[in-house]
Write a protein that binds this ligand. Sequence first.
Ligand code: SAH
Length: 235
Amino acid sequence: MNFKILTLFPELFPGPLNHSIIGAALRKKIFSVDPVNIRDFATNKAKSVDSSPYGGGAGMILKPDVLQKAYDFCLKRFDKKPKTIYLSPSGCKLNHDKLLEINKYENVVIICGKYEGIDSRFITHNKIEEVSLGDYVLSGGEIASFILIDACVRLIPEVLGNKNSLVSESFQNHLLEYPQFTKPRVWQNLEVPEILLNGNHEKVSEWKLKTSIEVTKRKRPDLFKIYKKKLKERK
Ligand code: SAH
């Protein structure tokens, strides 16, 4: 997968994406992150990228003409049509299903807003999908883009060492993961469930599924509802 990031802060990349499992995938060229500096596409001498909002209000808005130039530059660099996402509090909330959808694309353009956001005509004109990380406001899209890319890249089959790692993870099959334990067997008087110690793989699998269902029902009744619906559909 190739990610092009429209940003005012290209120096932030690859940042945290250069570490651990995702960093290894970056070095193996399983994915690439290529920041594009919006400021390089400013047309005036002062290299300004923003202006105050029509109708008044706080802050500055990124200009659509500058964004368009930067975006056209990105589009020209891809032979296949990319998926384009504007990270925005007004978008639909990022979830596992959305990540699976994005994951199907070889090329992805991510637009990071700053200040008070961007001129909405840019979104309308290019029919860009808006994706939010949650119901709160970040000061820029860059941090959000790290999250989106990290979560997306770990879904690429060869990224996690063990191909089974993804199978039981939270949100696969609309369930949360069962609780995990490691050594020591007893810690602070809390014991690891006996069933996980006896080496009976069938019983362990049954326990994992049963516990996943219980945990999801208790912690995320909204997700449990979807699980039940999907189960019914499959039957
Ligand atoms: N004035 C805007 C917020 C702008 S915050 C509003 O009230 O909606 C500046 C930038 O941070 C946005 O353009 C967006 O790219 C990013 N951002 C802020 N919150 C976000 C969120 N919850 N999810 C994704 N991106 C977000």
